[in-house]
Design a protein around this ligand. Structure first.
Ligand SMILES: Cc1cc2nc3c(=O)[nH]c(=O)nc-3n(C[C@H](O)[C@H](O)[C@H](O)COP(=O)(O)OP(=O)(O)OC[C@H]3O[C@@H](n4cnc5c(N)ncnc54)[C@H](O)[C@@H]3O)c2cc1C
Length: 368
């Protein structure tokens, strides 16, 4: 839907027939998407909450800071789908519910075989997510369970997101809690891990329950909506098809940022690029969503998460302690200058990065 929205912005593309196929277009309340760059995010996207302060807890220290320049936005998936559908229907985009069975790329066109019939098109944008675990060096998973809870008393500070709270047991990989406070007594609490194995379902629940008990002792609370997600974190493992009639977009194209899993705003700026390139008559190039230097930083950070787990917390501690949060968010969005990158690098312990450079020499060289 995001890609279709960007296509319809260009008169030359809006004249084409656009068909969207999905198993269902029933808006699903199963995701809370957060991001901090509105670049390329469509106007109809309904922002549910916006925060201008952020908190991080690492090694028993609580760090807080303003993020006015890079506010943290939250969008809920059901109203997003509903609003986007309305906008797309108004632009003449057609919708078809069905299962995509196969996408066959030919010399002149591509054919999409579905449970509701076959469709031929000059361009197919394939956004069917791959299986979770991708094979490849340094391939990790970001997996998380989130509960929206309502407490009896006002315990949350609705002005401040808790971006990462690492002051919890680190048993099965880098583990942290993420808190999105919707009001003084409502919040989304997410138990998140960076590791290569999923946990049993009950372990995510225990992680959230233990956290609520420890941070908000004695609080009675009701659990509302729950969400669960698995996002692949790996350096450049997805390829675009060779054929000019099929393009991959979204998780299917390796768009999650390798070291953070954030994908939402990347999908939008790449969908915007796709539409711009097509309207200019160019073959879109979406093969490397991240610029080279950010891909190299991601490899180093993934190596530390993978192979030097005892260094993760000291690295994050210095990263958040010695830098402005706004600059860090721009860094994670790959929008810093090289001078700012050098400054950030000067604040974190060198040894784990030197070790990662030595250990991942071949992978780093391959990226070059
Ligand atoms: C719970 C959760 C929370 C997340 N939170 C954030 C966040 O806060 N910030 C962020 O940046 N990223 C977040 N992400 C990551 C990322 O933004 C989302 O996963 C995003 O939805 C990826 O978009 P996509 O289009 O690639 O895939 P999807 O949104 O998963 O869309 C794929 C679509 O393909 C359809 N489909 C699949 N197979 C077939 C088939 N065979 N035939 C027909 N249709 C098919 C599905 O029904 C689905 O609608 C989150 C992910 C999850 C799971």
């Amino acid at each position: 839907m995001s890609a279709a929205w960007h296509l319809t912005r260009y008169p030359i593309l809006a004249k084409k027939k656009i068909l969207l196929i999905d198993r269902t277009f029933e808006p699903r309340d199963d995701r809370t998407w957060c991001f901090w760059s509105m670049d390329s995010v469509p106007d109809p996207v309904p922002v549910y909450r916006k925060w201008e302060k952020m908190e991080v807890r690492v090694l028993q220290e609580r760090m807080t800071g303003e993020i006015r320049e890079t506010p943290y936005y939250c969008v809920k998936s059901a109203p997003y789908s509903a609003e986007m559908q309305k906008a797309l229907e108004g632009s003449g985009v057609e919708f078809l519910e069905g299962d995509v069975l196969e996408i066959k790329a030919g010399n002149e066109k591509a054919v999409v075989k579905t449970s509701s019939g076959d469709f031929t098109a000059g361009l197919v944008i394939d956004t069917i997510p791959p299986n979770h675990k991708q094979e490849g060096e340094l391939s990790l998973l970001q997996h998380f369970a989130g509960w929206e809870i309502e407490t009896e008393e006002p315990v949350f500070d609705p002005s401040t997101i808790r971006f990462m709270d690492f002051d919890i047991p680190q048993k099965a990989g880098a583990t942290f809690i993420y808190v999105l406070p919707y009001s003084e007594n409502k919040a989304l609490i997410e138990y998140t891990l960076f590791s290569d194995q999923l946990l049993e379902k009950e372990e995510y629940a225990k992680g959230i329950e233990d956290y609520i008990r420890d941070r908000y002792p004695g609080q009675m609370y009701k659990v509302g909506r729950k969400e669960f997600g698995v996002i692949p974190m790996a350096p450049g493992i997805y390829d675009q098809p060779e054929n000019a009639h099929v393009i991959r977009l979204g998780q299917a194209a390796g768009m999650p940022k390798a070291s953070t899993g954030y994908t939402f705003s990347r999908i939008h700026w790449l969908a915007a690029k796709l539409a711009r390139d097509l309207s200019d008559g160019k073959r879109p190039d979406l093969s490397n969503p991240s610029r080279l230097r950010y891909r190299l930083y991601d490899i180093l950070l993934l190596d530390i998460i993978h192979n030097q787990p005892d260094q993760i917390l000291p690295v994050f501690y210095h990263f958040f302690k010695l830098n402005r949060f706004e600059m860090l968010l721009r860094f994670l969005d790959e929008k810093t200058s090289f001078t700012e990158d050098l400054f950030i690098m000067s604040t974190v312990p060198f040894a784990p990065f030197i070790k990662a450079i030595k250990d991942r020499k071949n992978l780093l060289l391959r990226e070059l």
